[in-house]
Design a protein around this ligand. Structure first.
Ligand code: SAM
Length: 358
């Protein structure tokens, strides 16, 4: 098996066996919530929701809940593709039990599965693009599958935020602890399924390429797309002051609805001409952010102490605690960048002391 197919298998297994079953079941209220999102976004793009009845929709990645939302809104046909065999099996079983016969679920890789070009009225990928091994190839393919005049929606992790700066640093520590130990520790500590799913996703997904608007803005025209929403949005390339992830508002997320203006063949030349090839360098982006050097030292000291420790469960426990504080307190409460880095550093210093003193 090549490294790429092993990593693809690992992604499918992570989402199928570890992240989604415990946290994202396909249920009625979840599908209804997704319908609300689809509806409000189409309205923001100036579409009449009744038009969905004539649409072929392609939903790229996920449990299938987003795809089921399109079916419930009356789409003519919905195609769903995901790397995880278990996600796809669960979706097929749900469709069968619910009598949904206009949804095709495919177990495949967005980067190499053969789908027809210029065939879909909507191509949508929420929370997936940044997980592709080659995001530029993904962008060219998403655009190629859409009909001219159709819409492409992408929603992805935003680099240059305190949150993804921290996640990048935590990911460098993920090899300290096997996933099963982290799961056991979270289970014993009573961490909720939603929070556990976020942590497992952030720590263990093989590819994560958060992006800035600046990095991708010129790529859209190259693949034939024009942004229609959000209109005239100004994005900072780096801003550790903003709250992020800003749930449920999500105004700070990188997300676009785009209209396809012309078809461009997704050739190797086109793909290599695109700017968004991999993750942005969070250390470089943070180089002028007050306090970032302090938190980087704190991560490095924790890493040294953890690598010397024989107590994997203690290390896992401290990592979980620091990640949860980073995600659910420091990143999302209103505070300055300096305060965020100071609080994260203090949390890591206490963790380092506990691990070093055992
Ligand atoms: C964070 S989840 C997306 C969540 C989704 N919007 C939902 O609510 O169900 C990422 C999904 O992308 C899928 N995925 C990642 N890389 C993929 C690829 N190369 N091809 C197809 N699916 C992929 C994973 O299996 C997973 O289901």
């Amino acid at each position: 098996m090549t490294d790429a197919s092993a990593a693809a298998l690992a992604t499918g297994t992570l989402y199928g066996d570890h992240v989604h079953p415990i946290k994202r079941t396909i249920n009625d209220s979840g599908i209804e919530m997704v319908c609300d999102t689809h509806r409000s976004q189409l309205i923001a793009c100036g579409l009449d929701i009744a038009d969905v009845a004539g649409f072929n929709v392609l939903e790229c990645g996920g449990t299938g809940r987003d795809a089921l939302g399109w079916a419930r809104l009356g789409a003519k046909h919905v195609t769903h593709i995901d790397l995880s065999a278990s996600n796809v099996e669960r979706l097929k079983a749900y469709c069968e039990s619910a009598g949904i016969d206009n949804l095709t679920a495919i177990n495949g890789n967005i980067l190499d599965h053969d789908l027809p070009q210029q065939s879909y009225d909507i191509v949508r990928s929420r929370g997936v693009w940044h997980h592709l091994e080659y995001p530029a190839r993904g962008l060219a393919r998403y655009a190629s599958w859409c009909k001219v005049g159709g819409l492409v929606h992408l929603n992805a992790y935003r680099a240059g935020t305190f949150y993804y700066y921290g996640v990048t640093m935590f990911r460098e520590l993920a090899d300290l602890v096997p996933i099963e130990v982290i799961e056991k520790v979270m289970d014993e500590a009573g961490v909720t399924a939603t929070r556990a799913g976020c942590l497992l996703d952030d720590f263990y997904v093989p590819f994560m390429h958060p992006l800035t608007h600046q990095c991708v803005a010129d790529d859209f025209a190259r693949v034939g797309l024009a942004v229609i929403w959000p209109e005239n949005r100004q994005w900072d390339e780096v801003n550790h002051d903003i709250r992020y992830p800003d749930m449920p508002e999500k105004v700070e997320h990188i997300q676009y609805w785009m209209r396809k203006e012309q078809h461009v063949d997704p050739s190797p030349e086109l793909i290599s001409s695109l700017s968004y090839q991999s993750a942005q360098d969070e250390r470089r982006l943070a180089s002028n952010v007050a306090g970032a050097d302090m938190s980087q030292s704190a991560f490095a000291e924790f890493s040294d102490a953890a690598r010397r420790s024989a107590d994997t469960e203690l290390v896992a426990h401290e990592l979980v605690k620091a990640y949860l504080v980073h995600h659910y307190e420091i990143s999302v409460l209103p505070m300055s960048a300096l305060e965020r880095h100071t609080r994260l550093s203090q949390q890591l210093q206490r963790a380092t002391e506990r691990v070093a003193n055992r």
